[in-house]
Design a protein around this ligand. Structure first.
Ligand code: SF4
Ligand code: SF4
Length: 302
């Protein structure tokens, strides 16, 4: 069984056509700008909107962990005590509390995903397994899910940061049409600084799936402080060429901070405030650089 934080329908930026994207919970990287911080931790987590809290205390009264207190008219949840049990959620009349991380049986999930089969067929879309990091989820579960979708003729795309054991890729590979594979930077020290870990395993897995003939869309979140120079992009291009990675598409994704509001709801601090997106001109220069280097399917955005 795996934890899923959300199932997003009618996605048009998560691979080809119209797709339903499943967000699995848990990821080993800790990218400073992560848009989905509720998917990082492998356990269920409570999100609560403290700003709008009326301080009624209902959540505190029912919490079996005694994780909630009301202070100065607003509730405070101690995230260290909270185990994400969800008991308090239905007791908040303002609907300010929710738990990220729900279990689905494979049959339940397949039933849900099958509902949009018509859209997949008409648009050349399918299902995208994302996260968090789907390659770090329960692989028996993920492989069986992908196998069933594949058997029904539903395309499976995997959106991955690549930080997972190679055997997980080996197991899932036969059922995946396309990998959306993130590369952030070739500079290992910069990778450690902004992602919390080096890039060795990520590059190893990319080389592995490429050697096995996978269809790969390289996705580069472009952040001025991380990889925002011609030299940084040039290093990624050199790597892709040197290793002869089978690149079908390159997506350059300019930094944005739309997920920053979720941090406070999780009791976390957003650490990406000093990061910036490159200018439009710089993004265009990166596109040109890729094209001049022989990568023809390059675009800004997903
Ligand atoms: S999710 Fe459970 S443990 Fe956490 S605050 Fe609510 S009732 Fe308490
Ligand atoms: S139940 Fe809702 S409104 Fe009442 S204290 Fe808890 S979060 Fe605030």
């Amino acid at each position: 069984m795996s934890l899923i934080t959300s199932i997003q329908k009618y996605s048009i930026h998560d691979g080809d056509g119209i797709r339903t994207t499943v967000f699995f919970k848990g990821c080993l990287l800790k990218c400073l700008w992560c848009h989905n911080p509720e998917t990082q931790c492998f356990k269920p987590e409570l999100l609560c909107d403290r700003e709008r809290c009326a301080g009624c205390g209902s959540c505190a009264a029912v919490c079996p962990q005694k994780a909630v207190k009301v202070q100065e008219g607003k509730m405070v949840t101690d995230q260290k005590l909270c185990n994400g049990c969800g008991t308090c959620v239905d007791y908040c009349n303002l609907n300010l509390r929710e738990v990220a991380g729900k279990e689905y049986t494979i049959s339940e999930l397949v039933r849900e995903l099958k509902k949009d089969e018509m859209f997949y067929e008409e648009s050349g879309g399918g299902v995208t397994l994302s996260g968090g990091e789907v390659m770090m989820a329960d692989m028996d579960y993920v492989v069986e899910l992908a196998k069933r979708l594949d058997k029904m003729g539903i395309s499976v795309t995997v959106d991955t940061c690549g930080q997972a054991p190679s055997e997980n890729f080996e197991r899932l590979l036969p059922y995946v049409d396309t990998f959306l594979y993130d590369i952030k930077t070739m500079d290992n020290d910069v990778h450690k600084k902004y992602m919390g870990m080096g890039n060795e395993q990520i590059l190893k897995n990319l080389e592995y799936i490429s050697s096995k003939g996978a269809r790969i869309y390289i996705r580069i979140p472009v952040v001025r402080e991380v990889n925002g120079s011609i030299e940084d992009m040039g290093a990624i291009i050199d790597y892709l060429k040197e290793k002869q990675i089978r690149v079908a598409n390159v997506n350059l994704l300019p930094y944005h901070n739309t997920g920053s509001g979720k941090y406070e709801k999780l009791g976390l601090t957003y650490k990406g405030t000093d990061l910036h997106a490159p200018s439009n001109d710089e993004m265009e220069q990166f596109v040109t650089l890729f094209k001049e280097s022989g990568f023809h399917n390059v675009k800004i955005g997903g």
